[in-house]
Design a binder for this molecule. Sequence first.
Ligand code: B3K
Ligand code: ZN
Length: 895
Amino acid sequence: ARPIRLTDYRAPDFVIPETRLAFDLHPTQTQVKATYRIERRGAADAPLVLLGERLILKTLRLDGVEVAPEAYALTPECLTLSGVPDRFTLEIDVEINPQDNKMLEGLYMSSGRYCTQCEAEGFRKIVYFPDRPDVLSKYTVRLRAPKAGFPRLLSNGNLIDSGEEGTFHYAVWEDPFPKPAYLFALVAGELDVLEDRFVTMSGRTVDLKIFVDPGMSARAAYAMDALKRSMRWDEETYGREYDLHLFMIVAVRDFNFGAMENKGLNIFNASLLLADAQTATDLDYERIESVVAHEYFHNWSGNRVTCRDWFQLCLKEGLTVFRDQSFSGDQRGHAVQRIKDVKMLRARQFPEDAGPLAHPVRPAAYLKIDNFYTATIYEKGAEIVGMLKTVVGAETYRRALDHYFETHDGTAATLEDFLSSFEAVTGQDFSPWLKWYVQAGTPVLSLSATYDGDTQRLTLTVSQMTPPTPAQAHKAPVPIPVRLGLLSGAGAPLSFRFAGETVPEALFVLTEARAQWVLEDVTEAPVISALRGFSAPVKLTLTEPEAHRFARFRGDPDPFNRWEAAQSLAKALILDPHGAAADYAEALRATLTDPTLDAAFKALMTGLPTEMDLAQSLTPVDPAFIHTRRKAFKAELAAALKTDAEALYAALPAETTFSPDAASAGRRALRNALLDLIVAAPDSDADRSEATSDQAGAQAVRRPEGEAPLERDAAKPLSAKQKIAKAHYHDARNMTDMMAGLSALSQIHGAAYQDALEDFYARFKSEPLVLDKWFAVQAACPHPETLSRVRRLITHPDFDRKVPNRWRAVAQAFAANNPAIFHDASGEGYAFIAEEILSVDRFNPMTAARLIEAFGGFKRYAEPHRGLMQAVLERILGTEGLSKNVAELAGKALA
Ligand code: B3K
Ligand code: ZN
């Protein structure tokens, strides 16, 4: 297959100002009739090329006259008409089969309902069209279906007509805003609705409707609340008002990813929309809030101003992620939000940028654009917008964005257009920022300091280097904003003079490969607190005594750097085979007992770096060493803090009434983080007998299928921590606490865990979203027995590969969240995931391909992992009938 390249971009030869679609919905034989008004813009002899896949072409009429088969060319991917006039009307009738569509792209059925997913290239699976984002058209859509079973007929825009035809009915929708085909959507079926209203800043009333499975509308209340807050926030923060009279969201169970911003008709994965205390965790609430906001914000950043081509994907995604992160920060607190966002960036984007799948935020070529909905495009893209805001300041940023939205409204724009808006309002040159978009790799920022006590001068020498990445050997410097402050040796803030002013901190921007910054009036040899708030997505190296990190851990006024200091200390101590936890425990004790810090922040401070985080700091990666060392360090930390943790835990009783607000969620997060620490403590002498359960589990891997787990053979008394975890689970009044209890039990393993799993299943077997959690917790359990358990889980009657949520609950949870077992030296974990990828690739390549990432960094691993992972990738790549999606990623991973 030939890659698509950015440099090959050509403006379309034809535009389609008007599109009329008529759907006669049928599970296996849906008839689609399209009528386009077409105008030539390119060369007089350019043929009209329409894209279409898996369509049965019925008729083709040009200006009302049937086109003879010899006048057009048809291939499995396109329909070409030569010698067409400069202006004409084209009518196309096709037939499609939604029920057979298990790739969940185009028009498909989910739980007996019709729904669509068009981004990026799904519209061509509905009807022939120039399916590219720079062809914007005004849509009028007629839907027709039996009244029975399909009482709701929804599409984009406003409902302009509806009526009945015997046992059938129809609805006609008109979207007044020209849009690219990827934003088209329809939904038909039986749905309950939760309704509300929003009055916009100019006084227009917008009807808000959230459609869900019958009986579930109460669970949409939180999403509705989040939607109204998002609408208000975008008005207040960006001056962006909603533009239609109606805004609809539909929840579906079968969805390849999170949600989709179709104009006026967002479609969501039900897992990111439905919530109540009994079925959703605080993390679910948090994600619902941010995804509802994200999709809503796309109405401006993505829909009103869209992308010229898919290479500009980050124009809408990076900007919209930055907007949703700012929103969440305003709703829930910026310090905690920033830490969570950076954790996510480091967990997903940094490894991507350091491995064979590294690509620029604006890639130069692709085989399947689906493969580029990556952490780099989304998260690194958001970081670039954040840096721009940091350097120009909040007020100028707002003016630049106003300029961007006003200048490009109704058009398909590029990243250059985005940067020119900053140039327009500042008069400065922003072209150096383009390097962030076109260069892959995470820059390394090195900092060293010399202090002269006589002159009270601190000289900082800074330099940057971006490592080579595939197809990019040499990198130019990028602009790096560095927020920096100083602390005294005792950990108190230390002001200094810079550029003639005495300041508590300063913002420097490194634009060259190296620079020196001189800080004056520095009254003592300071502790440096650099890159505050993680002011740039770089890896900072700063050689300094351990005591400096402890000083920041204890008292950096910048909460991000306080957390960062703790994390970097923990990382160093865990990876050092002799690292001891005593000092770390002291500093954490001070944090946990500090009354000025909020609970959510303390919860984050209590969490140690994950095994995935640690893997990034060790070459070659030895997953078993990381697992063992982390467990040992955590046990030592937990033992040192046992009394405090238990007292703090007891002082935070479970709340009897549930509120999803940030403060309540923060208290639950802290209580659950304490539980996690408590169960990590080694057993006391009285509980020693329990220690055998680990060994029993290890043997269980080799136990013949169907035999009862060994640990259940003998009824052993529960250890003290098992009792705590068990009580936590059974006393839980909400899903957050229940899952925390279950996951604590999974860490200890043993009979109490198995009992809780059975109890959980019995309670929630008819709640698919909750059952996903039941599968996921088992797949992520770091006990060796999990290797055989995942094989049993895929034979469970509730397991279904065709439902992406359920499949990910096992496959993704295992491959991404269970490094110790996924990387088992036997290679069984790799083999399991390879088989899963290949099974799902047969019908849903987009979803299957995402799991290739699990093998992406194989070259960084020690043997036998490296060789085993390589063999698995080779086996995948050598499989006959492999999709383009999986082939592209597996091929790159091996290159
Ligand atoms: N724009 C969609 C993502 C589409 C993914 C297609 N493979 C959701 C979002 O980012 O808001
Ligand atoms: Zn998005």
